[in-house]
Design a protein around this ligand. Structure first.
Ligand code: GDP
Ligand code: MG
Length: 440
């Protein structure tokens, strides 16, 4: 998944102050694959990746985020944006009853969602809906709605399967007026595929019933097919919103993203199960997380980070033990001070470091770091690797080269020696601890 892919990339770009174009390109390639895997339409993926790429390049890396997290943050924000805000409002007609048509392919969840929506309208909005059985083709479709009505204790309007759906809709609206039902939910027939007959019938019902909402019900598990279905229903019938069902399954839900950007119609609700209370408002941010597999991405980022720190610590420990810690290593540490926290903090992260006396004396302030860097950079390769050869002549030259005083050069050399001693002490303690079989 995305998490595994990003992990590698993140390790590479960790510790950088800025996200470079190459970093973003690499991460975007992973994001692209992940989105395609999540069944997001390729056109959508293409324009999306382009947009995120432009935004992510050159972003200052926030202190609390690694570049990898940063890019993911941008990706998530853009995904959320792409799916729009939360839009679970249901329209109300100027004069009751408000008519809602439920449309979609067979098995998408129209009948179930009709029941769920009626339940929501009553519970949340204190409404009094009438359920209408207008699917006269599917065997037992009428019975199915009647059963749900009984279960919800709500009226179901039916004229059997010998009357046309248009006529059923017409009479249902009359009945709703008589009975003071303020919503009419029409459960229409579906087909296995979109065909002309189906569309013609739906258009006829639309003409007559003048619905306030036409909700397209699509099965999230069908991925790209759901997107194609949404596109044709919207083109031919005109929909006002989408209900994405079966999100309680193991789909990544990439269809949500594509549907929204292909039809430009909001996803209003999501179906989270077969029960009558399993209809929820659509939360774009949650969906973005789901598409990204964010839950696991974030934990993996944390793990990756720990792994990197551990690696660094191990490497450093090795150098300490062999006393091969050089000024070059020191310089590298200093370069990381701003992104990783001060060197003393870094040292404190090493196991056993809290037991070392005098560690608190190893402190550098920001300005000093610049001075120290200048001094080290004025050393020759040999001097950096073997500071013991730095005699008074060399000290003078280094001072002149770095624009610092000889006293400062002396102080640094002394500090470095102390640090090495301390490191030796530390690594000895650690070695002892290991031999005894406990962790310091
Ligand atoms: P219709 O042909 O479009 O009317 O679809 P139905 O309402 O008959 O639903 C088809 C099947 O999908 C039924 O078994 C439903 O219980 C099931 N179903 C509908 N919505 C959901 C959902 O959100 N989650 C799950 N797990 N199953 C659902
Ligand atoms: Mg049905």
């Amino acid at each position: 998944g995305l998490a595994d892919r990003l992990q590698n990339t993140m390790q590479k770009i960790r510790g950088k102050g800025k996200v470079s174009e190459a970093d973003v390109k690499e991460m975007m390639r992973e994001v692209r694959l992940a989105l395609l895997e999540a069944d997001v339409n390729f056109k959508v993926v293409k324009s999306f990746v382009k947009k995120v790429g432009e935004r992510a390049v050159g972003q200052e890396v926030m202190k609390s985020l690694t570049p990898g997290q940063q890019v993911i943050k941008v990706v998530k924000e853009e995904l959320t944006q792409l799916m729009g805000g939360e839009q679970s409002q249901i329209a109300v007609a100027k004069r009751p009853p408000t008519v809602i048509m439920m449309v979609g392919l067979q098995g998408a969840g129209k009948t179930t969602t009709t029941g769920k929506l009626a339940n929501l309208l009553r519970k949340k909005y204190n409404r009094n809906p009438l359920l209408v059985a207008a699917d006269i083709y599917r065997p037992a479709a009428i019975k199915q709605l009647q059963t749900l009505g009984k279960q919800l204790n709500m009226p179901v309007f039916s004229l059997g399967d010998q009357v046309s759906p248009v006529e059923i809709a017409k009479q249902a609206i009359e009945k709703a007026k008589e009975d003071h039902c303020d919503y009419v939910l029409i459960d229409t027939a579906g087909r296995l595929h979109i065909d002309e007959n189906l569309m013609d019938e739906l258009k006829e019902i639309k003409e007559l019933a003048n619905p306030e909402e036409i909700f397209l019900v699509v099965d999230a598990m069908t991925g790209q097919d759901a997107v194609n279905v949404a596109e044709s229903f919207n083109e031919q019938l005109g929909i006002t919103g989408v209900v994405l069902t079966k999100l309680d399954g193991d789909t990544r839900g990439g269809a949500a993203l594509s549907i929204r950007s292909v039809t430009e119609k909001p996803i209003k609700f999501v179906g989270m199960g077969e029960k009558m209370d399993a209809l929820e408002p659509f939360h774009p941010e949650r969906m973005a997380s789901r598409i990204l597999g964010m839950g696991d991405v974030l934990t993996l980022i944390e793990k990756a980070q720990t792994a990197v720190d551990e690696e660094k610590a191990k490497e450093l420990e090795q150098k300490m033990r062999t006393m091969s810690f050089t000024f070059d290593d020191f310089l590298e540490q200093l370069a990381q001070v701003r992104s990783m926290g001060p060197l003393d903090e870094l040292l404190k992260m090493l196991p056993g470091a809290n037991k070392i006396k005098g560690l608190n004396n190893v402190q550098f302030d920001e300005k000093q770091i610049g001075h120290i860097e200048a001094i080290i950079k004025s050393m020759t390769k040999e001097e950096k690797a073997h500071p013991e050869i730095i005699n008074s002549g060399r000290r003078k030259r280094i001072a002149r080269g770095s624009g610092r005083t000889i006293q400062e050069v002396n102080r640094l050399l002394k500090q470095f020696e102390e640090m090495k001693k301390m490191m030796k002490q530390m690594s000895n303690m650690q070695a002892k601890g290991k031999k005894k079989g406990f962790k310091l």
